[in-house]
Design a protein around this ligand. Sequence first.
Ligand SMILES: Cc1ncc(COP(=O)(O)O)c(C=O)c1O
Length: 495
Amino acid sequence: MTFRQARYEEPPIWELGGSPSTSEPEPGIARIPERLRRREPLRWPELGELEVVRHYTRLSQMNFGIDTMPYPLGSCTMKYNPKVSELLARRREAQELHPGQPEETVQGALELLWRLERGLSRVTGFPEVSLQPAAGAHGEYAALRMVQEYFRDKGELERRREVILPDTAHGTNPASAAMAGFVAREIPSKDGCVDLDRLKEAVGERTAALMLTNPNTAGLFESEIVEIQKTVHAAGGLLYYDGANLNAILGVTHPGKMGFDVAHLNLHKTFATPHGGGGPGAGVLAASERLAPYLPVPRVVKTGRRFRLDYDRPKSIGKIKSAYGNFGLDLRAYVFLLSHGEEGLKRISRRAVLNSNYLAKKLRESLPGPFRPLVKHEFLLSGAPLKARGVRTLDLAKRLLDEGVHAPTIYFPSLVEEALMIEFPETESRRELDGFVEAFRRAVTDTPEALKSAPHSLAVARVDELEAARRPMLSWRDLRNAANLEAPVPVPPPS
Ligand SMILES: Cc1ncc(COP(=O)(O)O)c(C=O)c1O
C-alpha cells in the first residue's frame, strides 16, 4: 500500500478562532467561591461548526491510529476496539452517571461492575477482583502495597525488602517496586526465560515477591513456572503476575493455575479498550484468597438482589482512585467479554499466537530472532546485522512508518542487541500480516541513506526525542510560550 500522510500547517484551535470570547461575568458566578473561580478569561475560539470539523478531521489525517493502520507495538497489544463497545459506552445512561449518585440510583452500573469482576475472576483463576487501578503501573503499585500489608500483618515487613525481577521485566515493574519502597533486584535470564539457578540464589528471607509476566516480554512462556512458583513460596515470598501479556493465554490457562498470588490485567490491552498516551486505562487487580482482604476499597458487593459499595474492609490498602475506577473502560471490557464468551476468548489467544508465529517465521528471513523458534503473542528480532551498513533499529522503525505501519517497540528488552519487539494481535488479518512482511523486507533492504533520513511521508519527521522527553510541551500554553505568543489577557474580578 502506498502511504502518504496528510500535511497541514494546522495551528492549535486556540489560534484559529478569531478573538477570545468576552470576559463578561458568567451567569451564576457569584455562587462559586472566590478561590475556585477562573483567573483568566475563557478563551473559547470563535469558530463555526464546519471549521471545527475541518480542524479535527485534518488533525486526524496527520495521525497514526489503529483504525487506519496496523500497530505492531510489542508488549502493548494494540488491538481493534470494537465500535459496539464504543456505542454503548457513549449512551447517555453511561455517560451521565455521576460517581456521587446514591447507590439506589446506580444499581445497573454496580451490577455491571460486579459481573465484570466475576468474569475476570474466571479469566484469572483468582477469587476476588478490584477494578479500581487506572493503569497497569497503578495496578502493579497497588499490588505491591497489598504485599507490604500482608507482610506487615505477618510481622515480616522489616526484613522482606526485596522484589525480584527478571531482566525481561517491563520497565514499570522495577519502577513500581521502587515507588512502593522495595529494593528491586534484577536477575539475568537464560535463553530469554527465568534462570532457575539464579532465582534460587536470589530468593531468601529478604524476598517479598517475584514480579513476573508469563509469557514474558520476549514472547516466551516460562515453562518452568511451577518450579519458579515453588522456589519463591518455599522462601516465604509471594508471586506477582503482570497480566499485560494475557492476550497470549486468554481462556487457555491463567495465573491462578500457575500459583501466583496477585495479578494486574490491562483491560486497555487484552480486553480491547482504548489505550495510549498514558490513559485512561484500567489495570485491574485480581487476588488469591490470602491477598484478597488487602484489595483496595470500595468493593462491589451483592446482598440479595441489591448491589452496594463496601468500605468496611479493615485490611484493605485503602482507596487508590477517585470514584470506583474508569467506568467507561470497564463497560467496554464487559461488552468484550460478553460478545466473545468463554470459547471466543480461547479463539483470541490461539489466533494471536498463530499470528505471532506466522510473522516470526517470515520476518526471520530478513533479520535474526533470538531464543526458541516458537513464541506466544509477540516476538523479538535483532537489528544488529544492519549495523554493518551504519543503520540502527531506530532507522528501520522510522522507515516502517513510511510503509504505513506503526513502528514496533524498539530497544526493549535490552538483553537483545538492537531489539525489535513485534506483536500482531488476533484482530489483524492474514492480508495485513503479509503486507507487513513485504513492507519489512523492503525496509530492511533499503539504502542506508533512505533509512537514516526516514520517515519521508509523514506530517512530522524526526523530532528531537531527548528534548521531547526532557522538556515536553504538553499544552497549547507551552507552545504559545515557546513561540512568545501573546500572554493571556488578565481577567477583571468577577462582580
Ligand atoms: C508487560 C507490561 N507490564 C506493565 C505495563 C504497564 O501498563 P500501563 O502502560 O497501563 O501502565 C505494560 C505496558 O506497556 C506492559 O507491557
